[in-house]
Design a protein around this ligand. Structure first.
Ligand SMILES: Nc1ncnc2c1ncn2[C@@H]1O[C@H](COP(=O)(O)OP(=O)(O)OP(=O)(O)O)[C@@H](O)[C@H]1O
Length: 252
């Protein structure tokens, strides 16, 4: 029997009467890569914000590892192992890649307190920080200030700071948005590499990324689930094709 790490039931969100997300059921299987796609305005971002607890639903429930998290804060679910990339540690531009990951590791182990205890305390995280930077392909940029990294490398650094929290479920919001082709390839390879022992739920516009990475895809349209399955089945689904053709979204 399959095991679901995240489940939503009857999830809805209205904005002044307009239902951006309506009665969405979603089950994310443990250790899978699950993508949320759909044409412009389909409700992906709203749904993602609901699942990551950045928005409160108008109705419905969400459970993580079998426990109801509907009323918990993003910080509380992060402590339980469900972390949205870029949630806790935005990358600090003036700090080096190493310093950014060390701060993330320090925060993961005790909030902001360590931050004020300075350099000596942070050096204890050097080894783990180097490992994480190696994992995301940034070993050659350890001492480079984050602001000087290319866009793709900055996103890789953000993923390293998320990995510092050792999440079991990682939520990625358009991980390849705005990237050059070579950066996209780099992030795809990276996501593939970090998935070991982790579940990943992502919103992604780039369908070649989705097709190459996802085990399961949920297609939203007009706030509702239109189709669900692997890439082959959803891309052959007539309702999905019609929804995309009917939108002004060229690349998704
Ligand atoms: N805070 C808000 N107030 C009012 N309407 C909103 C709000 N957030 C989203 N909406 C509306 O809800 C609908 C779904 O928006 P959402 O951003 O979730 O879609 P999306 O699938 O992420 O779209 P895109 O691909 O364009 O980013 C849209 O019609 C949008 O205008």
């Amino acid at each position: 029997m399959s095991e679901y790490i995240l489940q939503a039931r009857g999830l809805s969100k209205g904005f002044r009467g307009f239902m951006a997300v309506q009665d969405v059921d979603l089950s994310v299987e443990k250790d899978s890569i699950h993508a949320l796609i759909g044409p412009n305005g389909a409700g992906k971002t709203t749904c993602f914000n609901l699942l990551s607890k950045f928005l409160a639903p108008s109705s419905g429930s969400i459970s993580f590892e079998g426990e109801d998290i509907t009323s918990l804060s993003p910080a509380a679910v992060a402590r339980r192992g469900m972390v949205r990339s870029f949630q806790i540690s935005a990358v600090f531009g003036h700090m080096t890649a190493l310093e950014n990951v060390r701060i993330a590791l320090a925060r993961a182990r005790g909030g902001n307190f360590d931050f004020w205890r300075g350099e000596r305390v942070l050096t204890q995280y050097n080894d783990r920080a180097h490992e994480l930077l190696y994992d995301v392909g940034l070993s050659d940029s350890v001492d480079v200030p984050a602001a000087e990294l290319s866009y793709g490398r900055k996103r890789a650094l953000e993923i390293a700071t998320t990995l510092a929290l050792d999440p079991r479920l990682m939520l990625l919001d358009e991980p390849t948005a705005g990237m050059t082709e070579s950066d996209v390839a780099r992030i795809v390879a990276l996501i593939r590499q970090i998935r070991g022992g982790r579940t990943i739920l992502m919103v992604e516009h780039n369908l070649s990324v989705v097709s190459g990475l996802s085990d399961r895809i949920t297609v939203l349209a007009r706030g509702r689930v239109l189709a669900e399955g692997d890439y082959e089945s959803v891309s052959a689904n007539e309702a999905v094709v019609t929804a995309y053709l009917g939108s002004d979204h060229a690349d998704a």
